[in-house]
Design a protein around this ligand. Structure first.
Ligand code: DP6
Length: 351
């Protein structure tokens, strides 16, 4: 046997944050291979905490129990079970252990914030921690990112921070389709950034990301979109390197609007933005032209608006949110977050 199965029991806990894409991953093929490179900011306050207890067994049902926020969750459990079964080729030891998984989010789940990135990153970090211990080697962030990516593409970018790219591109150093890598040489302008998430609606989306990715396969504009993403990531990386907020903001907003334009022009078409999302977008553009404060929006696959801005302008932006934008939010809800550094080990016990 090529593995050393000395461990009879382990309890591992990790927390992993969510991330917000600046260059969007939209379209995939084969086994979670992205059609274009993406780039994201790792968050900090929005995270998932996951505990995995592993027991060595003789006959196996890999996933023994799964609890989300202390309750059974059939839908989520099925996704995790499929995921674990799908990675047995990478983690053959899974065949000899049973897993009890407990997971919870730091952010309320009724906010419409995507939790699959932080969830799969936290679970993958626990699995990688166990693998590393079993094989008597160090925790490998690339392996954790690869495992996370196989659960949800964007999750691969949540293992580390503060800025990550994922997807092979000849112009990006160390880039890979398998795992995400850190952006190096970030200009000081971009070293303290905030993301204030304006909750426009917490209702469940009409079409999930995975279905959205699939619609790209037959989208009339798909090839041009992949070219655009490559151009955008290359220009955005340069902007982050030299501290150029103008170029950064122009690309950031172009990516967000393109993502939603692709949804609106796919077949079938769908619209995730709400009227209040557009109210916020217009108010942000007008505020910026009046004040010259570098505050820009980006949007995930949903109606909520992420405001990205540097720490030095925080007081003014918070004032702007309070006075002008809060009225467009559901129950005046905003989640304030900032750049983070990825997954953190809370405990790892082996016997
Ligand atoms: C719009 O990572 O959620 O947030 O790989 O099918 O789980 P799956 O999709 P997912 O897609 C994220 C799409 C996005 C853009 C991004 O995060 O890059």
């Amino acid at each position: 046997m090529h593995q050393n199965l000395e461990i009879n029991y382990a309890k591992i806990t990790y927390i992993a944050p969510s991330n917000i894409a600046f260059i969007k991953y939209w379209g995939k093929r084969d086994r979670q291979i992205p059609m274009n490179p993406s780039l994201s900011m790792t968050l900090d306050n929005c995270f998932t905490k996951t505990t995995v207890e592993l027991k060595k067994e003789t006959s196996i049902r890999i996933l023994k129990s799964f609890k989300f926020e202390e309750k059974e969750n059939i839908e989520f459990r099925a996704r995790i079970e499929n995921y674990l079964n799908s990675i047995i080729d990478l983690l053959p030891w899974l065949k000899y252990y049973s897993l009890e998984i407990k997971t919870e989010n730091s952010f309320p789940h009724s906010t419409g914030i995507a939790s699959s990135a932080s969830s799969f990153a936290a679970l993958a970090a626990c699995l990688e921690e166990f693998s590393a211990h079993l094989k008597q080697r160090n925790f490998n962030a690339n392996s954790a990112s690869e495992l996370a990516r196989l659960g949800s593409g964007s999750a691969g970018r949540s293992i580390q921070g503060p800025y990550m790219t994922w997807g092979l591109d000849a112009h990006i150093e160390n880039s890979s389709n398998s795992y995400a890598t850190k952006v190096t040489n970030v200009h000081e302008n971009f070293q303290k950034m905030n993301d204030s998430i304006l909750i426009v609606s917490s209702e469940e989306k009409s079409i999930g990301s995975t279905a959205g990715h699939m619609l790209m396969n037959t989208h009339l504009f798909n090839e041009l979109r992949y070219i655009q993403a490559k151009d955008n990531i290359s220009d955005l990386l340069k902007a982050i390197l030299v501290g150029d907020f103008d170029t950064f903001g122009t690309i950031l907003e172009n990516e967000a609007l393109t993502l939603h334009a692709l949804m609106m022009s796919s077949n079938p078409s769908y619209i995730l933005l709400e009227g209040r999302s557009l109210d916020i977008i217009k108010a942000v553009k007008s505020y910026r032209s009046r004040t010259n404060i570098p505050v820009y929006f980006t949007i995930d696959a949903g109606p909520n608006i992420h405001l990205i801005y540097p720490d030095k302008d925080k007081a003014q932006v918070l004032e702007f949110i309070q006075s002008t934008l809060l009225q467009f939010c559901e129950k005046e809800r905003v989640i304030h977050d900032h750049l983070g550094f990825g997954a953190k080990k809370i405990e790892a016990y082996f016997e």
